[in-house]
Ligand binder design. Structure first.
Ligand code: ZN
Length: 162
């Protein structure tokens, strides 16, 4: 999936989480966007890869594309790391939710992801699409509409509380 789809995916997932959590929704969404871009550090052409080209090259050389950084092992390692390094819950949870949304979206592509890295098997959903395809455009539109709906719910809840 393309960077923009991942960003909107991260926003949607963190807004969905914000519906039933007491964490600051703005912090959740900000962290969610960062988390949604993070797994593509394995790819030099990605948004985050272009920002940190040396790290991207290193990760790509060591692990390859869509392997370690798209796995449960990476997700769990990041949970432990973030829990130890960042005392603010909304940031840690937001990043993890964004990362999970990225992995799920990439599982909708033909290539899939190495979810169980170091096992080499690629995991994907039964129905897949190509990166940059019309279907991805539709997914992006649906995610945007969901984000608007979740934002509306949060705003209504905020107004009701004052
Ligand atoms: Zn990816």
């Amino acid at each position: 999936m393309q960077g923009n789809t991942h960003i909107v995916g991260g926003i949607t997932a963190s807004l969905a989480f914000a519906q039933f959590s007491n964490d600051n929704p703005l912090v959740l969404v900000g962290a969610g966007v960062i988390g949604a871009l993070l797994p593509d550090i394995c790819h030099r052409g990605s948004k985050i890869g272009r920002t940190f080209p040396l790290i991207a090259k290193l990760v790509n050389t060591v692990f390859g594309h869509r392997s370690f950084t798209h796995s449960l092992l990476f997700l769990i390692s990041m949970m432990v790391l973030l829990h130890m390094l960042i005392p603010y819950r909304a940031i840690s949870i937001g990043i993890i939710i964004g990362m999970a949304s990225h992995i799920i979206l990439d599982m909708c592509t033909k290539k899939g992801v190495k979810l169980f890295f170091p096992a080499t098997v690629s995991i994907r959903f039964p129905l897949t699409t190509k990166t940059g395809s019309k279907v991805e455009g539709i997914v992006l539109m649906l995610l945007s509409m969901l984000s608007i709906y979740f934002s509306y719910e949060l705003i209504v809840r905020f107004i009701d509380a004052i």
